[in-house]
Ligand binder design. Sequence first.
Ligand code: AQP
Length: 349
Amino acid sequence: MSEPVQTPQTKFAPRIFSGIQPSGGLTLGNYLGALKRFVQKQDEGIETIYCLVDMHAITVWQDPEKLRQQTREGAAAFIAAGIDPARSILFNQSQVSAHAELAWIFNCVARLGWMNRMTQFKDKAGKNAEAASLGLYAYPALMAADIMAYHATMVPVGEDQKQHLELTRDIAIKFNNDFGVDFFPVVEPLIEGAATRVMSLRDGTKKMSKSDPSDQSRINLTDTADMIAAKIRKAKTDPEPLPETVEGLKDRPDARNLVNIYAGLSDLTVDQVVAEFAGAQFGTFKPALADLAVAKLTPITTEMNRLMQDPAEIDRILGAGAERADTIAHPILEQVYDITGMIRSRRRG
Ligand code: AQP
């Protein structure tokens, strides 16, 4: 092995990559923690690459027909939320083979001890880890490949993905050090805003998740206005009114979650929301939150439904995005093969 090499960030142009699994319908958590911020980054003029990570989705069982449907629905959600496929690259992961190919290389760089520390694997595998797929265990190496196949420097994600991004950094640094190169950037997580961890409406200590068995635990981007209002009305709370200060939300996870959601949807800070509703009962706060959620989400749902009328057009957008993605990822992958000593003499058709 060669001597360690420092990786200066300056040689890598700012480029954003992030993805969402089409493992179910998208939730308010995906919207506030990811989609909304993906749009902000696009609108700031940074180069943005966004992906429906269908290969991550199959780390747990997916019905093939549903997976296709959910991938299209995910793409429709991106576009309805404001992603412009002409300005951002939008595609599904399996159409660009560099992801899987680089993931294999990274499987050989990452250490078992690193993987064993990943809390998402423990959460998702549950008590019967022996029965989990090998793919679920190796998930973070594929995620590192997703990002590094584009030399992306920044990744907007929710708080829950922080540990995986740290692993991406470790893999990039180890690859650079092992091969004595300055090839992969050391990526920065962008975890910003009031609602980087939206919690379940039934349990404020658990993340809102599209695969939670209880539909009441989450707001889906496909929910109607009535469904959104009913779920917020029934959301778990405590008997106290809202406090005068943010400190008063300590040890009140359900109340804190609803205030965070209000802040995320309204672009106010948590302090501003607390100031506005200081002393209010949930009988007052919940209807205000429901109105806000309906006002923000209904236009997205309506646009998603319109886009879903034309699945062929969605497939065309994903295919065109994949072609653009491939032109970036393929040369990077070829350099990786060269660095690692693979002979590449076959002509590509
Ligand atoms: N509850 C959440 N709060 C804030 N951000 C969230 N994200 C997901 N849930 C929340 C962010 O959405 C992006 C895509 O996540 P994903 O769908 O690829 O995977 P996930 O984090 O595992 O989401 P789910 O809903 O929990 O999926 P399932 O149920 O299939 O495992 C990420 O940026 C994530 O931070």
